[in-house]
Design a protein around this ligand. Structure first.
Ligand SMILES: NC(=O)c1ccc[n+]([C@@H]2O[C@H](COP(=O)([O-])OP(=O)(O)OC[C@H]3O[C@@H](n4cnc5c(N)ncnc54)[C@H](OP(=O)(O)O)[C@@H]3O)[C@@H](O)[C@H]2O)c1
Length: 363
């Protein structure tokens, strides 16, 4: 353990660091400020201090920053961000799995902060209660790729693996991924293709069809074409084992539910409200959504699942090996990698719902 301002091996840990702070809830340009704040310190034997190289941006962070989610006591200033990659620069005496100098990636417990990954340094912990996920970064994955993984890949994994109980044991399985070009969707296509003998069809716009095919999709349906969607519904009724919905909303649910076989599963990462949280959601809205979820679960024509909270154990134990083996990659575009100080642009991009793959803050 070392005090901030001192040197740990060759690394000088500064007293102050830069971080992207949410100073008030609202529009990105009024809310996010690139400020100097105190660098966190290792104070417990389970703590790990990481010099952040990249942080992943997720829609939930923008939704919370806008004040659209009914989260009580969301005080400001706070640093948002869950997903990160970086270098271990200090650690407590009881941390034995990681050494100073290790390249790592992972997720903190809370995407909404208050001490999140949009910062030059983060403190994580191996204690059972306070720890998120932390994994050694394989050399074949860049810091930017690793920072994209956390919430989005775990969600895609849980939505599919957690709903796979009804997949037929034999014969070809068929999975439809709605929103196949986004952060969750690009991972969902790739993970679905790791299930043996599975045909995966992506629903995305025509401009992203080539990308979605390149991730392994056997076919793509252009959701902007009424004709293409009508043909899908007409020709492929009762042929799918699973629908993975990364967009949400009642329209998709009613449009495609008839595609499922009798034992098929509708698995959503979002629920009955399209892009849930893009608009302000009060407690009453959440109650209504809860009732719809419950009625679909209890009385719907098909099994209905919603992924609510990503599990960090899943990230360490089940998802990390898929990345290390190269079976799943993060989709990154250079124009979606922003410097930490340009977080306003990153948040505006994620709010547009036009992201392709992941958005990353380079630190
Ligand atoms: N439950 C959880 O724990 C959990 C965890 C992570 C994420 N989520 C939620 O899951 C959703 C997906 O997140 P994301 O990171 O993938 O980002 P996203 O911003 O929702 O996805 C962007 C992608 O969606 C596509 N898209 C937009 N409207 C569409 C539509 N009507 N039909 C099909 N595709 C459409 C866009 O492609 P085009 O530009 O071509 O339209 C773009 O590539 C978000 O609402 C997020 O909050 C939930």
């Amino acid at each position: 353990m070392s005090a901030a301002g001192t040197t740990t091996t060759n690394h000088v840990i500064p007293e102050m660091m830069h971080a992207l702070q949410v100073v008030k809830l609202g529009l990105a340009e009024e809310s996010l400020q690139y400020n100097q704040v105190k660098t966190p310190k290792v104070t417990s034997p389970h703590d790990i201090l990481i010099e952040v190289r990249a942080a992943g941006v997720n829609p939930v962070e923008a939704k919370a920053r806008q004040g659209n989610l009914p989260i009580p006591f969301l005080s400001t200033p706070r640093i948002m961000g869950s997903d990160y990659s970086g270098i271990v620069v200090d650690k407590g005496a009881k941390v034995t799995e990681f050494n100073i100098g290790d390249a790592v990636y992972g997720s903190l417990l809370q995407p909404i902060g208050p001490n999140g990954s949009y910062a030059e340094y983060i403190l994580t912990s191996r204690s059972y209660l306070y720890g998120g996920a932390i994994i050694k970064k394989p050399d074949n994955i860049s810091f930017e790729e690793a920072a994209g993984v956390g919430i989005a890949l775990v969600t895609a994994y849980q939505a599919i693996a957690g709903s796979s109980y009804n997949l037929p044991k034999e014969g070809t399985k068929k999975i439809l991924v709605i929103g196949a070009s986004g952060g969750v969707g690009t991972y969902a296509i790739q993970y679905a293709k790791t299930i043996p003998d599975t045909q995966v069809i992506g629903v995305c716009s025509g401009k992203n069809a080539k990308l979605v095919r390149s991730l392994g999709a056997d076919d793509v349906i252009d959701y902007t074409s009424k004709e293409a969607m009508d043909t899908l519904v007409k020709d492929e009724a009762r042929t799918y084992d699973m629908i993975v919905d990364c967009i949400g909303g009642d329209d998709y649910y009613y449009q495609v539910i008839s595609l499922l076989k009798k034992k098929g599963v509708y698995s959503t990462a979002v629920g009955p409200s399209i892009h849930f949280g893009a608009q302000k959601q009060g407690l009453l809205d959440v109650a209504k959504i809860g009732m719809t979820l419950l009625s679909r679960k209890l009385f719907g024509s098909h099994s209905y699942q919603i992924t609510l909270i990503p599990s960090w154990k899943v990230l360490e134990m089940e998802v990390a090996p898929l990345l290390a083996s190269g079976k799943i990659k993060t989709v990154l575009r250079e124009d979606q990698i922003f410097d930490l100080k340009d977080g306003v642009q990153a948040h505006k991009k994620i709010e547009s719902h036009r992201t392709v793959g992941k958005i990353i803050l380079r630190v």
